[in-house]
Design a protein around this ligand. Structure first.
Ligand SMILES: [Zn+2]
Length: 502
C-alpha cells in the first residue's frame, strides 16, 4: 500500500479578543520548544535515542514527579502547569529542529575536515541554532476535543490560565476514510487557521520499469523546466516514442519582470540607507513579496503539469536532473533573478512530485546531459536559433531547433522534453536488452543490482525499485518473444554472461 499525505486547511471563527489567546498559546509553545532545544544542546546524547526514548529522557531531565522530585533542568522555571500533551508536542518540535541542526552541523564538520585534509581553504559557515522560534502550535489529543464538521473545542493558554474554547470551523471538511494527524493552530496574517494533516492509503502504482517494459499503452509525461518564458514544456509520449500531446506552461517573463522590479527597489533602498546593519534583514516586505510570488507560481505550474499528465492518462512523470546553477554576470537584479528562477525549477519539481504521487503517478529523473542539443528524432546534434536568423550554430536559450541530419524543425524546449521522455524509456530498455552487462567487480555480491542501474537513474518514490528491477531482468531474459523498441529480440543478448558473473 502506498501513502499520500496532505493538509486540510480550515478557517476558524472566534470572537476577536480570542485571537490574543491563540497568540499567547503559540508564544508559550515556542518558549517551551526553545527551552527543550537548550536542554538537548546540553545533553546531545538524547539525539541518539529514538523519538519515544528521547521524549522520556527529556521529561526525566525537566519534569518533576514524585519519583523524580528534582529534575536537572526544571521546566517549571520557564512555565508552570503546562499540560502534558502540550509539553510533549513542544518537545517533539524541539527534537525535530535539534535533529536537523545537528545533522547539518555534522555534515559541515565533515566537509571542513575534508577540506583541511586536502589543505584547502574552508570558508563555509557552520549551521546555526534557530535564533528565533516561530513554530505553529501542534495540538495533540487532549488539547482538542469534540471535533465535528462545523466546530471544535481547543484548549488554549489565555496568558493567565488554560481554558477550553469552542471555535467554528469553516471551509473544506475532512474527507471520509482517511487517517487524521494532530491538527495545528496556524496564523496567516491576522487570522488563525486549523491545519490538519491527513493520510490516505491507496494501492501503489506499478514500478516504472514494469510499466515501461510490460505495457505498451503506458503513457509518459515528460517535462522540460526552463528559466525563460516557458517555465515548463510537457509532452505526453507512449513508450514506443509517439508524441500525443504537448503543453507549454508560461509565466516566466511575468515573474522575472516582477522580481526585477522588486530587486530594483531593494537596490535603490539600499543605496539610500547606506550600509546595512549586520544580521538584520532589510526590505523585509519586498523579500517576502518575491518569495510569495515564487511560491505560488511554483504551486500553480506544478499543479498544471500534474493536471496535464492526468488528463492524458499518463502514469509516469519524468524530469531531468537540475544540474548546477550557472552564476550570471550583470546587475544585481539579473543575478538575483536567475538564482531565484533556478530555485523555482527545483521547487516546481518537488511540488509536482508530491502532487503526482497523490494522483498515483510516479516521478523520475534522467540525466540532463545535452537534452537540448540532441534531436528527438535521430539523436544528432541540433542547430538552435532564433526566428528570422540563419539556422546555424547553437545559441543556448534560442527558441527554435533544426536538425541538419533529418531536417526535423521545431520548438527547442519541446524537443528537449521529448528527449527527456525517450531517455527514461531507453534506460529500462537498455537495462533489459541493449546494453551488454557492465563488467562486475568480482567482490560484488549478487545483490549489487546497482550495475543495471545507470548512474543517473533515480527513482524518487519506492525504495524497493532496485530489487524489483533485478527480478524483472530475469523475467525478460526468458521472455523470448518480447521484442524491443528497435525490433531486436531479447534473446539476442548475451544474457548468460551476467548470470555467470553474478
Ligand atoms: Zn534529427
Amino acid at each position: 500500500m502506498a501513502k499520500a499525505t496532505t493538509t486540510i486547511r480550515q478557517g476558524l471563527n472566534y470572537s476577536p479578543h480570542h485571537a490574543a489567546w491563540f497568540a499567547a498559546t503559540q508564544t508559550l509553545f515556542n518558549q517551551i520548544a526553545a527551552f527543550y532545544f537548550e536542554v538537548i544542546q546540553a545533553h546531545e546524547g538524547v539525539l541518539d535515542l529514538s523519538n519515544k526514548e528521547a521524549l522520556t529522557a527529556l521529561e526525566t531531565l525537566t519534569h518533576a514527579t514524585k519519583e523524580n522530585p528534582t529534575p536537572v533542568m526544571p521546566l517549571s522555571e520557564v512555565a508552570e502547569h503546562v499540560p502534558a500533551m502540550f509539553r510533549r508536542a513542544a518537545i517533539h518540535a524541539a527534537l525535530g529542529s535539534a535533529r536537523s541542526f545537528f545533522a547539518h552541523l555534522k555534515k559541515w564538520r565533515a566537509r571542513r575536515e575534508k577540506a583541511q585534509a586536502k589543505g584547502k581553504k574552508f570558508t563555509e559557515r557552520p549551521a546555526v541554532p534557530p535564533r528565533t522560534w516561530n513554530k505553529s502550535t501542534t495540538l495533540y489529543a487532549g488539547q482538542w476535543k469534540d471535533r465535528h464538521a462545523g466546530s471544535i473545542l481547543l484548549k488554549v493558554w489565555t496568558g493567565t490560565c488554560w481554558s477550553w474554547l469552542k471555535c467554528r470551523i469553516t471551509g473544506r471538511g475532512l474527507p471520509a476514510d482517511i487517517e487524521m494527524g494532530s491538527p495545528s493552530l496556524v496564523r496567516h496574517g491576522n487570522h488563525w487557521w486549523l491545519h490538519t494533516p491527513i493520510e490516505k492509503q491507496f494501492s501503489g502504482p506499478p514500478k516504472i520499469e514494469k510499466q515501461v517494459t510490460t505495457n505498451v499503452d503506458t503513457k509518459i509525461c515528460a517535462v522540460d523546466l526552463n528559466l525563460n518564458e516557458h517555465l515548463a514544456v510537457c509532452t505526453i509520449q507512449t513508450v514506443e516514442g509517439t508524441c500525443l500531446s504537448t503543453r507549454f506552461i508560461g509565466g516566466g517573463q511575468e515573474i522575472a519582470g516582477f522580481r526585477k522590479k522588486q530587486f530594483g527597489r531593494i537596490a535603490r533602498n539600499r543605496r539610500k540607507t547606506g550600509i546595512i546593519a549586520e544580521g538584520e534583514q532589510d526590505n523585509v516586505d519586498r523579500w517576502r513579496k518575491i518569495a510569495h510570488a515564487d511560491e505560488s507560481l511554483s504551486h500553480l505550474v506544478s499543479a498544471r503539469i500534474v493536471q496535464f499528465a492526468k488528463e492524458h492518462g499518463a502514469t509516469i512523470l519524468v524530469f531531468e536532473h537540475l544540474g548546477n546553477l550557472k552564476p550570471q554576470k550583470g546587475k544585481y537584479s539579473r543575478r538575483g533573478n536567475s538564482k531565484r528562477a533556478f530555485w523555482m525549477k527545483g521547487r516546481i519539481f518537488r511540488y509536482a512530485r508530491y502532487k503526482a504521487w497523490n494522483e498515483g503517478i510516479i516521478t523520475s529523473r534522467v540525466s540532463p546531459r545535452h537534452t537540448s542539443r540532441e534531436c528527438a528524432r535521430c539523436h544528432a546534434l541540433v542547430v538552435r536559433y532564433e526566428a528570422g536568423q540563419s539556422a546555424e550554430g547553437y545559441t543556448a536559450g534560442d527558441p527554435l531547433v533544426l536538425c541538419p541530419q533529418c531536417e526535423m524543425k521545431g520548438h527547442a524546449d519541446r524537443n528537449a522534453s521529448l528527449v527527456i521522455g525517450q531517455r527514461l524509456v531507453a534506460r529500462y530498455q537498455q537495462s533489459t536488452q541493449e546494453k551488454p552487462p557492465t563488467p562486475l567487480a568480482p567482490e560484488r555480491s549478487a545483490k549489487a543490482e546497482g550495475v543495471l542501474l545507470s548512474q543517473e537513474a533515480e527513482s524518487l518514490i519506492g525504495p524497493s525499485i532496485r530489487s524489483a528491477r533485478h527480478g524483472e531482468n530475469h523475467e525478460h531474459g526468458t521472455a523470448q518473444e518480447t521484442a524491443g523498441m528497435d525490433g531486436c529480440s531479447v534473446s539476442d543478448m548475451p544474457r548468460q554472461l551476467r548470470l555467470f558473473n553474478e
